[in-house]
Design a protein around this ligand. Sequence first.
Ligand SMILES: C[S@@+](CC[C@H](N)C(=O)[O-])C[C@H]1O[C@@H](n2cnc3c(N)ncnc32)[C@H](O)[C@@H]1O
Length: 470
Amino acid sequence: MTNSAPPASTLFRAGAEFELGFHDLLANGQAVGRSSGMVIFCFGPLPGETARVRITAVKPKYAVVEMLQLVVRAVDRAEPFCPVFGQCGGCQLQHLTYAAQLHWKRTLVRNALQRIGDLGDVLVREPIGMSAPRHYRNKMSLVVKHEGAQTRFGFYRQRSHDVVPIQGCPVVLPALDRIIASLDRARQDERFRPILSRARHVVARSSHAGDQAVVTVTTSVAEKAVADSGQALMGALPGVTGITNSYDISGANVILGRRHLAVGGRAYIEEEIQGVRYRVSPASFFQVNTAIVSRIMRFMQPGLRRPHQIVDLYCGTGTFALFFAKMGSQVYGIEESAAAIREAGENAQLNGLGDRVRFHRGSVEHAVSTPVGRSALQDAHIAFLDPPRKGSDPRTLDALANAGVPHVWYLSCDPATLARDLKFLAAKGYRLGVVQPFDMFPHTGHVETLVTLYRERPGDETLEIGPSSN
Ligand SMILES: C[S@@+](CC[C@H](N)C(=O)[O-])C[C@H]1O[C@@H](n2cnc3c(N)ncnc32)[C@H](O)[C@@H]1O
């Protein structure tokens, strides 16, 4: 790494150009360098690379630069496979080989556990990734851009509401990629002008096998045009098995509305993971990478050979709760979304697992302090948590610890909040078992991590999961 920076006084003004070496990579894809005491952020370079850059913004403690030319190239640089990589906000790491992405994600998790979690020299396993890490996402949200009478489809630019028009997407499932192409034809068809001119987003979700796909047109209010021509639009989108209209949108940054109307075909898809069938409607949360969810389930399987009492906190539509039940365990799931809880119950019936699961609608932090919640925790052998990005909270974690739940399995999509919560549980006497990252979102800065914790008490049964224990 070489820095050929001029003195600080001339360097840190917009437009200044110089060569800079980079040593780190952030989850949003920005490389980090340092010059004259300033931290410098730049999209494009990788750690170990040197680039000629130009300053675009100067702040009191950092500067932002754009890459003009790569001067020294890293060995793990890859050729991005998408023509809009670097513009579209969807992927951040296509310029890094897949093996290096996995390695980087492991470091990301380890650094968070050490720096935020204060967990010392933690053994973080190599992430479990995909053998073919493309065409994996089962859901996409296209932004509809209106330019006069023209309609274009695209994705948001990184940290912006600008739209990058797209012709296809190499990370969504092939069935969704085909829908992008069909929509591109449909936008030029006069018949669909009324429906598309009112659309804000087109959200599509497909089954992994690609035999079912539901397209949701989002509009500010219920639109007659969508109801009237939904069926015809479905005919113009080969492979689409249902069309819905989502409306009553509550804010500028919200994609789906509070209300949904089926306007053609079947308003849900059915998915099967590890022998469990899931009926998923457009409004429900469902994990985006079915193949990796299946890997996570297989990873947990050795610990589920014997039936247990399991509490599933933040259970959503019951993705994991129903898998635990299928394996023979009794599960008590808690989730705040009424729609998700309703679907979890329906999916339990669909799988004939109604007698092994109970679902409670409410906030986890409140539910765990009620007599029913406390007693479920006291009886539980395993507490499984899969909270949103902001993680869990002290009331919930305290309740777990006070109930003395022997095993905690924590699945997280954010290493920072995971580390914070693990620190809390460690202070309450839990010991760390396995730390296993999974690459749920290849080519992005996101990583999913499964951590097991246990209380060391004489006579307690050990519960090992994964191919071999740490
Ligand atoms: C990452 S998702 C996990 C869902 C589920 N485990 C699955 O795999 O489908 C997190 C879930 O937590 C729910 N949630 C968020 N905050 C909550 C809270 N305070 N109490 C209960 N549920 C909450 C969300 O509605 C969402 O369904």
